[in-house]
Design a protein around this ligand. Structure first.
Ligand SMILES: C[S@@+](CC[C@H](N)C(=O)[O-])C[C@H]1O[C@@H](n2cnc3c(N)ncnc32)[C@H](O)[C@@H]1O
Length: 275
């Protein structure tokens, strides 16, 4: 919804050019009659949250482009939700794997059918519950090649997992061939936040909990760096809201930008094989 609103109400140039974000929602908009996100899209809270969501997708896709230039030809979207990269894939020889919870994936495929969107030939689906199944098994069934390097995005997912579910997936990525990498986002723990950020996190946490998917995993930057190291990554970067604003939102006339926030973006790279 946020990515769709970005296409409809924000000034050009867009941070994330994603017309499919609108198209894939058509069946839902037809049922609900109007777009709630559009109605409130001028509110500051809505703008800040939308900025974060389009900023994080743009960040991961920029990292993917660099990985592609370095020779990566497999892209795994972990917890894909309604991500539409596969529909916009500009690289003829890049195979895209969407890994998601079976229920979400089924819902997305229904929406695509209803919206008349054909899955592109270079897209493979793998239904996996990160808490109860090894993501590698689902990927293997979908034809993923573990011997070749790959780029992974893992956006808006880590905070919903248990430490064990998180480590199982990060560990799998850490055993990939040199040249592989992952971009993800994570949330700082509540104790590290100022009062305005705490209120924003509490508000969002309440919403996702009432939707049946509570936030349950938080990391400080030092803690997640420890996880990267343990999993076998050799190098990583982290961006806070200010760094994301500098990279993607400076000089905009529509006031789109991240405001404070508990979220961090990170990319971690494997420079030598850990197999
Ligand atoms: C907030 S959505 C993010 C979707 C997408 N990555 C994006 O950036 O818009 C969270 C995604 O995490 C997935 N997810 C949450 N818990 C999961 C689990 N245990 N196993 C697999 N996927 C999970 C959901 O199915 C959903 O697609």
């Amino acid at each position: 919804m946020r990515r769709a609103a970005h296409q409809m109400v924000d000034e050009r140039p867009l941070v994330l050019d994603d017309p499919w974000a609108v198209k894939i929602l058509e069946p839902l908009l037809a049922v609900h009659g109007h777009n709630y996100e559009i109605k409130r899209s001028r509110h500051d809270v809505s703008k800040a949250f939308r900025s974060y969501l389009v900023g994080r997708s743009r960040y991961a896709e920029d990292a993917l482009r660099l990985a592609y230039r370095g020779g990566v030809r497999q892209y795994v979207v972990l917890g894909a939700g309604l991500d539409t990269f596969a529909l916009r894939n500009p690289f003829a020889d890049l195979r895209v794997y969407e890994v998601d919870h079976p229920a979400t994936q089924e819902w997305k495929r229904e929406l695509m059918d209803e919206a008349g969107i054909d899955a592109p030939g270079d897209l493979r689906f793998a239904a996996v519950d990160f808490e109860h199944q090894a993501p590698g098994e689902g990927l293997a069934r979908a034809g993923f090649d573990f011997e070749r390097r790959a780029f992974f995005s893992w956006l808006g997912v880590t905070m919903y997992l248990t430490p064990a579910g998180f480590r199982a997936t990060l560990g799998m990525i850490g055993r990939m061939a040199a040249g592989s990498a992952v971009s993800l986002d994570f949330s700082l723990p509540r104790r590290m936040l100022g009062s305005a950020e705490r209120m924003a996190l509490d508000r969002l946490a309440k919403r996702v909990e009432s939707a049946g998917e509570p936030f349950q995993l938080f990391f400080s930057e030092a803690e997640i760096a420890g996880e990267f190291e343990l999993a076998g990554f050799s190098r990583w970067e982290m961006l806070d809201g200010e760094a994301v604003n500098e990279r993607y939102f400076s000089g905009r006339g529509d006031g789109l930008k991240l405001v404070g926030g508990a979220a961090r973006l990170a990319t971690a790279w494997i420079e030598q094989s850990n197999c």
